[in-house]
Design a protein around this ligand. Structure first.
Ligand code: TPP
Length: 141
């Protein structure tokens, strides 16, 4: 870093944009776009494998395809968090939560119930592992 700017990021970036000089060579951009395409095709390959037992990547991909555009998704802590981050395609209009600060297990199900009550829109989905579900399955009662 050469200069640190502490500001409202939207205002700062808007002010900086006109100062950018477009470069002719795009090796860096090209190589990163290639890497991203490779990563996406790897996710697609892993998310569509019909292995038995069923892989979590497949479950997350199927869920992603089924989600409505205004879905509310609440994710628990565990490897489940990675499956959600990689395979659930979050779109504008959706709401997404997880326990980002303390990464406490048991948040997914109560978050989903609370979100359904609070927002009263869309389908509220809890994406949780068996461990996280067991911790607070009493909230279902
Ligand atoms: C309250 C709490 N206890 C323990 C942990 C440590 N921890 C993180 S993930 C995890 C296991 C999660 O298992 P599961 O819910 O089955 O989901 P999976 O990892 O299999 O997707 C544990 C014990 C935690 N994050 N929060």
């Amino acid at each position: 870093m050469e200069v640190g700017l502490v500001e409202d990021s939207r205002l700062t970036l808007t002010a900086l944009l006109p100062l950018l000089i477009r470069k002719d060579e795009s090796d860096f951009l090209d190589s990163n776009q290639r890497a991203m395409r490779k990563w996406r095709s790897l996710l697609e390959e892993q998310g569509s494998r019909k292995d038995r037992p069923i892989k979590p990547q497949f479950v997350a991909t199927i869920l992603s395809d089924e989600l409505d555009d205004d879905a509310i998704i609440s994710v628990d802590s565990g490897t489940i968090t990675s499956w959600a981050a990689r395979y659930i395609n979050i779109k504008r209009g959706m709401l997404f939560s997880l326990s980002g600060t303390l990464a406490s297990m048991g948040c997914g199900l109560p978050y989903a119930i609370a979100a359904q009550i609070a927002f009263q829109k869309g389908r509220s989905v809890a994406f949780v592992g068996d461990g996280g579900f067991t911790m607070l399955m009493g909230v279902l009662a």
